[in-house]
Design a protein around this ligand. Structure first.
Ligand code: ADE
Ligand code: ZN
Length: 323
């Protein structure tokens, strides 16, 4: 497939953890300016540590890497660098996850994270014309009580946050563990999304729909094991934010050549292609399209890009302007 077709397709990215866009070069730069020591002596040493056999292997390294993020300027710079990279990928809109508990647990105030990211998003819109939204993710390996503390800390910024999400270690931490805090977020006018069916069973996808009331399922691969769940996702036009390179690096799929993205489209699922944690998984959103391009027709690629706007939290008017 002609590469300019992939990069030239206007697209939205709906599954991107901003902490997962921290490139090794930036990790060094932030460590130096914040006088934080890191357990690596070169960019190559960091990259060669990025070999994972499951989600938890990755999360351990990802949370450690985030320790270099200390100031509003760091969060601003991290966000703006992401937008600069994806401008060339044809991204015109992005809905970005952040993990406040990863930072507040280290003594970094919520305000530092939120104001830094919000400034980065505003700069990206002004300088690059890319629109965006923030999605506050709760870490599911922590207790629901911690999530409530985080939601309370976010109160002054709720007009700048589109939705809440659920990420981190999936198995053993079902969506139902967070039913009350998601209900509270809904009452505050926030939309809801959740990682489900990445490593966890189809039942977790059902819970995310029934108990959390999500608009989108992040990943959702294992929903394919349950035909009645697939039928429901199709009927209710739920968006799946699928991440091919992540799936391969975290051993959710053994072989990219057998990635289920084409099967998802054939089933009528509203699948999208996203990068998850691009600095850790070897590529940004266009790289993810390239990785599955051999499985797809041009019409499939156009459908994936359309799905990214249909599944976004943009207004109907803005969505229609992108279709
Ligand atoms: N946090 C960052 N990336 C994640 C993923 N792929 N699954 C769950 N939590 C995450
Ligand atoms: Zn993710």
């Amino acid at each position: 497939m002609d590469d300019t077709f992939i990069t030239g397709l206007p697209k939205a990215e709906l599954h991107l953890h901003i902490e997962g866009s921290l490139e090794p070069e930036q990790m060094f730069a932030f460590a130096r300016r914040n006088r934080v020591s890191i357990p690596f002596d070169s960019v190559e040493a960091i990259r060669s540590a990025y070999s994972f056999s499951n989600l938890q292997d990755f999360l351990d390294i990802y949370y450690a890497g985030a320790d270099v993020l200390r100031t509003e300027q760091d969060f601003h710079d991290l966000a703006l660098a992401y937008f600069r990279r994806v401008k060339a990928d044809g991204v015109v809109h992005a809905e970005i996850f952040f993990d406040p508990q990863t930072h507040t647990a280290r003594g970094i105030p919520f305000q530092v994270v939120a104001d830094g990211l919000a400034a980065g998003l505003a700069a990206a819109e002004a300088q690059l014309g890319i629109t965006s939204r923030l999605i506050l993710c709760f870490l599911r390996h922590l207790e629901e009580e911690d999530a409530f503390v985080t939601l309370a800390a976010a109160e002054p910024w709720l007009d700048q946050i589109a939705a809440v999400g659920l990420d981190s270690s999936e198995v053993g931490h079902p969506p139902s563990k967070f039913s009350r805090v998601f209900a509270a977020a809904a009452s505050s006018g926030l939309k809801r999304v959740a990682h489900a069916g990445e490593e966890g069973p189809p039942e977790y996808v059902r819970e995310a729909l029934d108990v959390l009331g999500v608009d989108r399922i992040d990943h959702g691969n294992r929903a394919l094991e349950d035909p009645s769940l697939v039928a429901r996702l199709v009927r209710e036009a739920k968006t799946l934010t699928v991440c091919p390179l992540s799936n391969h690096k975290l051993c959710v799929v053994d072989d990219l050549a057998a990635h289920p993205i084409a099967a998802m489209l054939k089933l009528g699922l509203r699948a999208t292609v996203n990068s998850d944690d691009p600095a850790y998984f070897g590529g940004y959103v266009a790289d993810n399209f390239r990785a599955v391009a051999p499985l797809l027709t041009r019409a499939d690629m156009v459908q994936l890009a359309r799905n990214s706007f249909l599944g976004s939290f943009l207004s109907d008017v803005a969505v229609n302007a992108h279709l």
